[in-house]
Design a binder for this molecule. Structure first.
Ligand code: NI
Length: 179
């Protein structure tokens, strides 16, 4: 396994639409193992392939005692109240904002062997899944904010992270719980 460099805001791959996975092979399963190790080291609740520079429809989740890889994931139903909660992102470290999303979703995806599965989810794990699927569509949590809030957040983040390269590598000592 390997810890992969995480791309930061400004990296073009974060804005790419990830391509569907067709081959469920050892190479895919190795990649998923690396995603898990990277997410765990960064103490994230989710990590999408785009965030490690790979525009393929793969993400891993670890939230509310639910831990799974989702390949070619889709939200097929959403409902319940629209709730607002603070989100962050491993690609925009140290930035947080309230984001509104449906509280309950039905997820359909494939596992690392290509087997389809369906999950009814709510709360934090439903939020994490929506956040990661957004990544696969080139969407970041800041895109859900008003233009003014987004511009302020991005300006502050760029100032604080001036001179930082296009990626960072999580280490066990210096991490914070975000997705
Ligand atoms: Ni994120």
């Amino acid at each position: 396994m390997a810890i992969l460099p995480i791309h930061l805001l400004g990296s073009a791959v974060l804005r790419e639409t990830a391509q569907p996975v067709e081959a469920f092979d050892d190479e895919l399963r190795q990649f998923i193992a690396d995603l898990y190790e990277t997410m765990d080291t960064a103490l994230g609740v989710g990590l999408a392939a785009n965030q490690v520079g790979v525009a393929r429809r793969v993400a891993v989740i670890d939230a509310d005692d639910q831990r799974f890889a989702m390949i070619n994931p889709r939200v097929v139903e959403s409902g319940g109240a629209t709730t607002s909660a603070e989100e962050g992102c491993l690609s925009i470290p140290d930035a947080f904002a309230e984001v509104s999303r449906p509280e309950r979703i039905v997820l359909e995806a494939q596992d690392e062997h290509g087997k389809p599965f369906r999950l009814e989810l709510g709360g934090l794990v439903a939020r994490a899944v929506q956040h990661e699927i957004d990544h696969l569509d080139g969407v970041l949590f800041i895109d859900h904010l008003s233009t003014l809030k987004r511009q302020l957040l991005v300006a502050r983040w760029k100032k604080d992270h001036k001179g930082q390269g296009p990626t960072w590598i999580p280490s066990p000592e210096e991490s914070e719980a975000t997705s």
